[in-house]
Design a protein around this ligand. Structure first.
Ligand code: K1U
Ligand code: ZN
Length: 186
């Protein structure tokens, strides 16, 4: 008899996953390309969206939940009551970037409560595989462009603080070490 909601059922509950906090060696590794879209990977993508919305955040990359694979999720719709626009991207890559730059005050769910200005291309063309296995390509601007670049950086072991000077980066890292020590004690 098939077990409803059991281990082999496609119906499984969404699970919020713990987010790794910097410094952590798993956040510094280059993630591996995704070779095939298994049910487990689709479930991971749904869990990541659940984790991102709950945080709350506008993006999340698989290495942030301890999975070293090239998968990101994002939804940059911030207005209260607006229709959500979740995007799931397997193996995302920037195929073109504008010369025009944009500076945005970035945050990171792996570096809580720290923000800094980062300058990146204002528009990017991104190619990825969606959750149905189809190849997609789209141009992003504004916050979407900033966020998708921030998330792809996570897949390459790069954090937004790597764009800052050594003094500022070290100061933020020390704060995070202290935060993790306090969390471990609590
Ligand atoms: O990758 C992450 O750590 C998520 C990060 C994405 C991001 C934020 C800002 C610029 C670029 C990329 C976040 O979502 S931090 C939280 C955040 O920015 C936010 C949270 C609630 C509402 C609006 C924004
Ligand atoms: Zn981040």
């Amino acid at each position: 008899m098939a077990l409803r909601g059991g281990a082999r059922s496609p119906i499984s509950a969404l699970m919020k996953r713990p987010i790794l906090i910097h410094p952590d060696p798993r956040l510094k590794k280059v993630a591996a390309p995704v070779a095939d879209l298994s049910d487990a990977r689709r479930q991971l993508a749904r869990d990541m969206l659940e984790t991102m919305y709950a945080a709350p955040g506008i993006g999340l990359a698989a290495p942030q939940v301890g999975v070293p694979e090239r998968l990101i999720v994002l939804d940059c719709v911030k207005e209260e009551g607006a229709e959500p626009q979740p995007l799931v991207m397997f193996n995302p890559e920037v195929v073109a970037a504008s010369d025009e730059l944009n500076t945005y005050e970035e945050g990171c769910l792996s570096i809580p409560e720290q923000y800094a200005d980062v300058t990146r291309p204002a528009e990017v063309q991104v190619r990825w595989i969606d959750e149905s296995g189809a190849e997609r390509e789209e141009e992003f601007g504004g916050l979407w462009a900033t966020c998708v670049q921030h998330e792809i950086d996570h897949l390459n072991g790069k954090l937004f603080i790597d764009y800052l000077g050594p003094m500022k980066r070290q100061m933020i890292t020390r704060k995070m070490v202290k935060l993790k020590r306090e969390k471990a004690k609590a």
